[in-house]
Design a protein around this ligand. Sequence first.
Ligand SMILES: Nc1ncnc2c1ncn2[C@@H]1O[C@H](COP(=O)(O)OP(=O)(O)OP(=O)(O)O)[C@@H](O)[C@H]1O
Ligand SMILES: [Mg+2]
Length: 267
Amino acid sequence: MNAPQPSIRGVSIDVRGVTKRYKSARGEPIQALELVDLDIAPGEFISIVGPSGCGKSTLMMLVSGLIPVSSGEIRVDGKPIFGAVKQAGIVFQRDVLLDWRSVLDNVMLPVEIKKLDPKTHLVKARQLLASVGLAGFEDKYPGELSGGMRQRASICRALVQNPGLLLMDEPFGALDALTREQMNVDLQRIWMQERNTVVFITHSIEEAVLLADRVVVMSARPGRIADVLEIDMPRPRGSHSRSDPAFLHHVEKIRRHFMALGILSEA
Ligand SMILES: Nc1ncnc2c1ncn2[C@@H]1O[C@H](COP(=O)(O)OP(=O)(O)OP(=O)(O)O)[C@@H](O)[C@H]1O
Ligand SMILES: [Mg+2]
């Protein structure tokens, strides 16, 4: 890891021998994850890539504590989790802003729910909004924002409570390419300041490599970890990094994984 290391607030995550079985509507078992092992260091940025249906969202939901494992164990800061992990902030693919609340009130929602001190968090909420270019939009309503602005507000909401763990499930999937590139830059900057532990799910191999300290490559269902790549490139990374030979090497390596798994094929 070559990011500067101010006070790291991120938690450690240990995923040990985790499997997850669901039941189909007809009651048949669906093996979503099989024997997943993954250790994440405090303040580490992990990207997860894998084919559709391989269990990425399932893994994220298990780590959030919102759904239980079928077997195995997940520890946060060394302690087994029971129920929702209180240090976690979550960003979903589709922003889930409340249309009847202003942008600022949306960002402050977790503070209200968790009955945290409104004064200090209001300062933090305004700072976060300003840091993603939303100063002046605090009193607007979600319906008045573009998709990229809404997703920025969602990220601020996940970050307002200083979460030790930021879970992001394809947060930029619905955005146009330019906005997405800018969001990558913004997210990296915020992470370098906050040093939360981040689990970032994406379908974009380039995005995964650009942002992560390590990229976890998953294979098709039942989901397993096929490879973990260390991305040892200087930060901050940006457009210039995309032509870096190390970047191209990692992207190509992940592509070859997917070809070997039969998920990608040559033209
Ligand atoms: N609540 C559920 N009940 C039954 N099966 C489920 C449930 N949630 C997920 N699954 C199944 O588990 C498998 C993994 O799903 P998951 O949503 O974790 O995949 P994913 O990797 O996030 O896919 P995508 O990239 O399309 O978002 C899939 O086969 C899915 O159909
Ligand atoms: Mg998913």
